[in-house]
Design a protein around this ligand. Structure first.
Ligand SMILES: Cc1ncc(C[n+]2csc(CCOP(=O)(O)OP(=O)(O)O)c2C)c(N)n1
Length: 680
């Protein structure tokens, strides 16, 4: 450490005046809560809550700015437990900190049905839980997203006279989170973007689940983070002063994100297992009576919190409330001085979004004779939406040139233009999707991001968590079929669309022409309760003029609709999505009377329609049905039933021009005609 840094730290230490005696009691009682809770439900992880108890005491008893009476206070410090398996750490400290929802009954109900204390933290369930974590690495990347969001908020809403956003994002992770690639992607992004409002505390306890960490890692993590462009500090993770000083030093050191390596003893408090992988689970629980004694906890009194600890946190809450009250004054003055900014911020925070119809009203119609790719149509549609929704941001994993989702006329998000709305995520799809989740968790900005559809697999764990956590993010994924052409099977999605459709609460929309693309974007950018994935074509598609524009646009909002009515008595139903809709139309023409075309761009939206609507579109009496999609067939059998059939692709693609590949694999109007004729 350099002499000026040492001087700064010693000055800070004098200023801090930590009540270490009270913090130690609280830490030991938090250990007791974790031991009792894990013992009570015979599951869960003990090691982290015990090993990080001093870190928890410093965070919740000293360093973090929060207000338990207003868990969503805009300028609170965000705390993310990336090592979500240590959920009892979070629940214990939220309880001690005074979050009303986290009563002692809830701590006792750890992992019980309908509790606010689920096995791993779920942001949409529990106050004070900023992100849903458990899949290791996600929390680190989410925290990067929150830090991005807060930088954007500061750049967009702070003014010369009023600073309303000046908080920090603090994330606690173990070895596991840092071994996962997603955290590496996001950490590199954070360093590149100088996110100095981000503090990552690394619980470096030399242990993972199966074994000592050195069985699977030998890297120099400090050097790795220094190389990402982070400011690195080392502390004893059981030393209150050292932890507090490092956090304070991080807050005061500008220009880089902060990496604090805290050396800890996993399972500290249970000597029989501490420092080993056995400290993780229930194994340690059999020693807890002796351990509780060793920690000075009263015998037989489980879930014990002393008067001293309650009093300490009551006093601390008063200090925090005073900080919050002072901020409210600044906020009120800012609101009065900048009503327009205040209204915009309020829109973001409240999640006010226009209806799909309101969005459709601002999207110009496409020329009736145009033949364009839906990715290009998407680009055109995004512009008026982004103009109407100034809190929308749009990123790409180094593929703007192909995904075409750059917002024209606004800047890139960079260290010197944090009000930029185009995010250059680099070739980091997993990091991108997890950062988008972080932006969404923060709840001010509306995140969209793009890559090739086939690389959705690289982002899938974060897409799944967005769906689970009800995050309204939008994926603009292009090059959606073997129509990609010459790039060949590595780049030609075959199973991807159907693989995504099985994720609950994810809307997968595959529009069939430019006007359906308008409907798809209107649906995605008006959705509040979950993510939407737009699967767009690389290749140009004809505009389906024979269907009225409004029918195509509004039809998407229902997920499936009658695109072409039959003449005469209905005998046959053709279903299609995306680029294959044109083939269903052409086949219907060839087949003649009695044939209906149903466009089905979004199965999830269709499934949510009323029984009457679904029966109108797909009358159950009509069982002569053929679906066509350039992909695996499975999902369509729900609609064609046992009597119908599907024209699809049950193999990987091939490297050749897109039209050739489609024909070769039978994705043609003739293929549909033949399939209909082959039916009984
Ligand atoms: C993506 C993912 N893979 C595997 C797991 C299962 N798991 C839970 S905890 C853990 C070990 C974590 O080690 P570390 O982060 O060092 O935590 P500590 O041992 O310090 O509690 C593993 C493999 C998981 N939760 N997420």
């Amino acid at each position: 450490m350099t002499p000026p840094a040492r001087l700064l730290i010693s000055t800070l230490l004098q200023l801090m005046n930590l009540a270490t005696d009270a913090l130690q009691s609280a830490a030991n009682e938090a250990r007791g809560l974790a031991m009792d809770a894990v013992h009570a439900c015979s599951s869960g992880h003990l090691g982290l809550p015990l090993g990080c108890a001093e870190i928890g005491a410093v965070l919740f008893g000293h360093s973090l700015n929060y207000d338990p009476t207003e868990p969503r206070w805009l300028n609170r410090d965000r705390f993310v437990l990336s090592a979500g398996h240590g959920s009892m750490f979070l629940y214990g400290w939220l309880h001690l900190a005074g979050y009303a929802q986290l009563s002692i009954e809830q701590v006792k109900a750890f992992r019980a049905p309908d509790s606010f204390t689920p096995g791993h933290p779920e942001a949409h369930e529990t106050d004070g839980v900023e992100c849903t974590t458990g899949p290791l690495g996600q929390g680190v990347a989410n925290a990067v997203g929150i830090a991005v969001s807060q930088k954007m908020a500061a750049a967009r809403f702070n003014t010369a006279e009023h600073t309303i956003f000046h908080n920090h994002v603090i994330v606690l992770s173990g070895d596991g989170c840092l071994q996962e690639g997603v955290s590496a992607e996001a950490s590199a992004y954070a360093g590149h973007n100088h996110l100095d409002n981000l503090i990552l505390i690394y619980d470096s306890n030399d242990v993972t689940l199966d074994a000592m960490a050195n069985a699977s890692q030998s890297e120099d993590t400090a050097m790795r983070y220094a190389a990402y462009g982070w400011h690195v500090q080392h502390v004893d993770g059981h030393d209150f002063h050292a932890i507090a000083a490092a956090i304070e030093n991080a807050r005061n050191t500008k220009g880089k994100p902060h990496f604090i390596i805290a050396k800890t003893l996993i399972g500290k408090g249970i000597p029989e297992v501490a420092g080993t992988a056995k400290a993780h689970g229930e194994g340690g629980a059999k020693f807890i009576e002796a351990a509780r004694k060793g920690l000075g906890l009263p015998e037989g009194e489980h879930f014990y919190v002393s008067e001293k600890t309650h009093a300490y946190f009551a006093q601390h809450r008063e200090e925090l409330a005073a900080k919050h009250a002072a901020w409210k004054q600044t906020f009120a003055a800012w609101q009065a001085a900048h009503p327009d900014l205040a209204a915009l911020l309020n829109e973001g925070v409240q999640g006010h979004l226009p209806s799909p119809q309101e969005l459709l009203a601002i999207i110009p119609h496409f020329p009736a004779d145009s033949k364009i790719a839906t990715r290009k149509a998407g680009s055109d549609v995004l512009q008026p939406i982004a103009a109407k929704l100034p809190l929308t941001v749009s990123g790409s994993a180094d593929l703007y040139g192909s995904t075409l989702n750059y917002i024209n006329g606004v800047k890139d998000f960079t260290p010197t233009s944090q009000d930029g709305r185009n995010m250059r995520y680099g070739i980091r799809e997993h990091g991108m999707a997890a950062i988008m989740n972080g932006i969404a968790y923060d709840g001010i900005f509306h995140a969209s991001g793009a890559t090739f559809l086939v690389f959705a697999d690289y982002a899938r764990p974060s897409i799944r968590l967005a769906a689970l956590s009800h995050l309204p993010v939008v994926y603009i994924f292009t090059h959606d079929s073997v129509g990609v052409g010459e790039d060949g099977p590595t780049h030609q999605p075959v199973e991807t669309v159907s693989g995504l459709r099985v994720i609950p609460n994810l809307h997968v929309i595959r529009p069939g022409d430019p006007e359906e693309t308008a409907g798809a974007f209107a649906s995605a950018f008006s959705r509040k309760d979950g993510p939407t994935l737009l699967a767009l074509s690389r290749q140009a598609l004809p505009i389906l003029n024979e269907v009225p524009v409004e029918t195509r646009r509004e039809g998407v909002l229902h997920g499936g609709y009658i695109a072409k009515h039959e003449t005469g008595t209905l005998t046959t139903i053709l279903l299609a999505s995306g680029s294959e809709l044109q083939h269903a139309f052409a086949a219907a023409k060839t087949l003649g009377e009695g044939v209906r075309v149903v466009s089905m761009p979004c199965m999830e939206l269709f499934n949510g329609q009323s029984a009457e609507y679904k029966e109108t579109v797909l009358p159950s009496s009509v069982r002569r049905r053929v679906a066509i999609e350039a992909g695996v067939k499975d999902a369509w059998f729900r609609y064609v039933g046992l009597d119908g059939t599907v024209v699809g692709i049950e193999r990987f693609g091939l490297s050749a021009p897109g039209n050739y590949v489609m024909e070769k694999l039978g994705i043609t109007a003739q293929g549909v005609v033949d399939a209909v004729h082959a039916l009984k």
